[in-house]
Design a protein around this ligand. Structure first.
Ligand code: B4P
Length: 189
């Protein structure tokens, strides 16, 4: 079993590299951003709550996010037998601690944290470009800058959290998509 966290700022390529990891390692993919966007599309109560936070570039509250993740894990127990790619979770220390407990209760753990590091200017550039085609309401310059600020305040401290546990694998997140994926494979194998 291989459980990987793909970690980085908004626009660092988490979703992009997750697609390649799923194919290569046959893992089950959990993207909390996709889970939330699916609720928004279906107009659920959770979707309405999530949208308000996402449009402001803010994180969804931890208690809510942790419950969502636990239920996704339980609902997909069978598909997750080979392992899971956690894409966009955890984003806070509280979420990371909750994940440790959740996985321990299920007899497993996080094996690697793939940290995609990209300079802020390039993040803004990528997301502004994506906004032109994605139609995502959080891909406009003002919200992107807020998301990056929230990342530095709340999410970046997780790097140290996982370095202390010997799990953090630094990956230069700039360059070609295939070149970055080669570096990830080297770090994991
Ligand atoms: P997410 O959906 O997780 O989105 P993201 O961080 O914006 O994107 P990602 O890093 O996956 O970038 P991508 O590969 O697409 O989160 C959205 C929102 O949901 C959050 O702001 C928050 O409100 C909420 N949320 C989600 N999880 C949460 C949690 N756990 N707790 C609380 N709130 C949560 O790449 C971006 C662009 O770059 C793409 O256009 C791609 O083509 C391009 N790109 C990728 N690699 C490239 C490369 N090497 N070179 C050039 N361009 C590249």
């Amino acid at each position: 079993m291989l459980n990987i966290i793909i970690f980085g700022a908004p626009g660092s390529g988490k979703g992009t590299q997750s697609e390649k990891l799923i194919e290569h390692y046959k893992l089950f993919h959990i993207s909390t951003g996709d889970v939330l966007r699916d609720h928004i599309r279906r107009g659920t109560d959770l979707g309405m709550t999530a949208r308000a936070f996402m449009d402001q570039g803010q994180l969804i509250p931890d208690e809510l996010m942790i419950d969502i993740l636990a239920s996704v894990l339980d609902d997909h127990h069978e598909e997750a037998q080979n392992g899971v790619i956690f894409d966009g979770f955890p984003r806070t220390i509280a979420q990371a601690e909750a994940l440790e407990t959740m996985l321990a209760e299920r007899g497993t753990a996080v094996h690697h944290v793939v940290g995609l590091e990209v300079p802020d200017e390039e993040l803004v550039d990528r997301l502004v470009k994506r906004g032109l085609i994605s139609g995502r309401s959080d891909d406009n310059e003002e919200t992107i800058k807020k998301r990056i600020e929230v990342y530095h305040n709340l999410t970046a401290p997780l790097k140290e959290f996982y370095q202390e546990r010997g799990l953090y694998r630094f990956i230069q997140g700039t360059g070609t998509i295939d070149g970055i994926f080669d570096e990830i494979k080297k770090a994991l194998d």
